[in-house]
Design a protein around this ligand. Structure first.
Ligand SMILES: [Zn+2]
Length: 290
């Protein structure tokens, strides 16, 4: 049995992939199929900006072949996990390569202000067109780590792209009644989603990304909702209901749970299902019938 150690890994075992987020893991699984095993650190039930670096994550990464990062500062904690894993052979893929970054700060950003989007908005997975760029980055990483299975990864990417294109047509149709819909959200998770589907995000419950709501900012949001007649307050699942409920009570707008990553709520088990659910919930909340 000792000989097995000398046979190319890819002929025998799955390529072990660890991803920072459930979104990257979901896309990787479409591409790698049974050639890979995928684990992830954080899913849509928690805030990917703030992840506690646990020893078991380092153990997980110490046994992995490929690490998939979101980049743009979202998963800055990934480097601590990778360093802690002491796995010098791991292939690191920054999935933000080639993404057109929105919300890049124009002037100096004062990090002491706590803005967690100092490198631009990192929630690019919410434009399905970016999903294809992510998939291409992931496929290139898998091929580099495991060239013996290049044909399988190429086929996986092609199949992902075909499915994405057919879903895109469906989603654009579903988003049709939502074009120009103005909503408030808790966190600035949505500029890429807004670009893709034409929904307008006009304000945030957080005064700045990563900063807790304040009384004065909440009062401003209440005024804005009243003036503009906004009906929907979108809330990512892991934020407290407290401020959204206060705003809803004062304005009559409705709080709608909007998962921004895979696994954030029921019906978001895959990257494709995430968009199905988001568009269905927004249509239901807006009272539109696509
Ligand atoms: Zn953010």
């Amino acid at each position: 049995m000792l000989m097995l150690g000398f046979i190319a890994r890819s002929a025998l075992a799955e390529l072990k992939v660890v991803a920072s987020t459930s979104d990257l893991a979901s896309i990787a699984k479409y591409i790698g199929g049974d050639k890979i095993s995928v684990k992830y650190i954080v899913d849509g039930r928690s805030d990917a900006h703030f992840v506690e670096v646990l020893p078991n994550y380092m153990v997980m990464v110490s046994r992995a072949d490929v690490y998939l990062k979101v980049g743009l500062g979202l998963d800055f904690w990934a480097q601590l996990i990778i360093d802690g894993s002491r796995n010098s052979k791991i292939q690191i893929v920054d999935c933000s390569q080639g993404i057109e970054v929105l919300g890049k700060p124009s002037g100096q950003v004062n990090a002491s202000m706590g803005d967690v989007h100092a490198e631009g908005n990192p929630h690019y997975q919410l434009d399905p067109a970016d999903g294809l760029i992510m998939a291409r980055n992931i496929e290139a990483g898998l091929v580099e780590a495991d060239p013996a299975n290049t044909a399988a990864y190429e086929a996986g990417l092609k199949s992902f792209e075909d499915q994405l294109n057919s879903k895109l047509a469906q989603w654009q149709k579903e988003a049709e009644p939502l074009k120009g819909l103005q909503i408030i959200t808790f966190h600035e998770s949505w500029p890429y989603f807004s670009r893709a589907f034409g929904i307008e995000i006009v304000g945030f419950i957080e005064p700045k990304p990563g900063i807790e709501p304040t009384a004065s900012h909440t009062a401003e949001i209440i005024d804005m909702i009243k003036i503009r007649g906004i009906k929907i307050i979108g809330k990512e699942p892991y934020f407290s209901n407290k401020a959204p409920n206060v705003i809803a009570r004062e304005t009559g707008a409705r709080v709608v749970d909007l998962p921004q990553m895979v696994g954030g709520s029921p019906g978001t088990d895959t990257y494709f299902a995430l968009f199905d659910t988001l568009l269905a919930r927004l249509n239901a909340a807006a009272g539109s019938n696509p």
